[in-house]
Design a binder for this molecule. Sequence first.
Ligand code: HEC
Ligand code: HEC
Length: 349
Amino acid sequence: MKNIALSSVTALLLLSSFGCSEKGGDTKEETPKVSEPLMEKAKSAGLLPIPEKFVEKVGNELNDAKIELGKKLYFEPRISKSNLISCNTCHNLATGGVDGVSAAIGHGWTANPHHLNSPTVYNAVFADRQFWDGRDPDLEKQAQGPILAGPEMASTVEIVVDTIKSMPEYLIDFKNAFGSSEVTYEKATMAIGAFERTLVTPSRFDTYIQGDSTAMTGVEKEGLEIFIDKGCTSCHNGVALGGSMQLFPAIGEFKYANLGDFKGNAGGMVKTPTLRNILETAPYFHNGATFDISETVKIMGETQLGIKLSDDEVSKIVAFFGALEGEKPEVTYPVLPASTSTTPKPDVN
Ligand code: HEC
Ligand code: HEC
């Protein structure tokens, strides 16, 4: 059977668009390009496909060595005070780039003091700002925060630099990535940012708006149309279907507002989360208040648009979210260099 050779995304697409009914004739080799008005409508509403090239930061140009080093440091628990916590602890690449708990838990089993939920790192590169209050402009700057934060990795710049420097393999990695084996905290976080820039997940939705009408099912398309018509795209737009700072709650009351004390930035604005892979990243909201995606969508209608969505509309929007499930980049778990006599010892207190 020909289908086996196709990528999993295409295979999924064939399954979902043709259901279980037996189908005569050959599977087409060519991707059918049948334009539908909804494709244009989605683009006019500001929805964009994932670009073909990784998005780079000026001053932190991507190269394979840097991305590989960034991956090692992303999985490196020894840069945390306890030697137990890495970026991947809370942004687990096997589980949608999140930890699945309402409030993140870090050093010494400490929950985030503001009851903040870990956002996904997948597609975070497409956001205008980083963090729920948008305080950092990009991934490189963002990565400097959690390593030193008490409730997260509770480390110090000295521990990070000394740990990396204590293992000769890392010095070679730095030389290959940056042209010099000098280890600085900033370079370590630049490498992590470079790696995160590769964590993008193209989905059937992307294939669809690029002109393949068979990439989404009928009900998913209906959901997309409702998503646009109701006004969700006024905030959930761009490549991320999110990523900009918006008022929250904008119109109606948020019934879980008192879980934690986060109220947005100084102007009450909150970073709009990406909706890519949203079915994998429960719980939802800045405080992880809900696990149920349908309830979450209903709340959005009330707080952001002042409307009551019907169960049918909600279920179609949720069906559309299925088309946003992306293909994850293959990340081979790195083998990290062995500690040496000068590697700082773990401190779990
Ligand atoms: C203890 C759990 C924890 C660890 C460890 C952790 N993070 Fe986070 N991360 C969070 C939480 C919680 C937030 C949201 C905090 C806020 O907005 O103030 C966050 C926010 C982020 C964001 C912003 C995403 C967005 O959509 O705004 C990125 C990117 C990120 N972390 C990457 C990293 C990297 C890289 C590391 C390792 C250097 C790391 N995190 C370590 C919990 C963690
Ligand atoms: C006025 C801007 C705005 C509009 C309109 C809007 N949203 Fe949101 N959405 C946000 C913001 C901001 C958040 C994050 C709120 C928070 O957690 O504090 C959010 C959160 C979400 C979440 C949870 C994401 C997560 O990872 O926690 C979902 C799902 C969602 N929106 C779907 C929708 C849908 C569906 C619609 C249309 C019915 C919609 N939104 C309309 C701004 C908006």
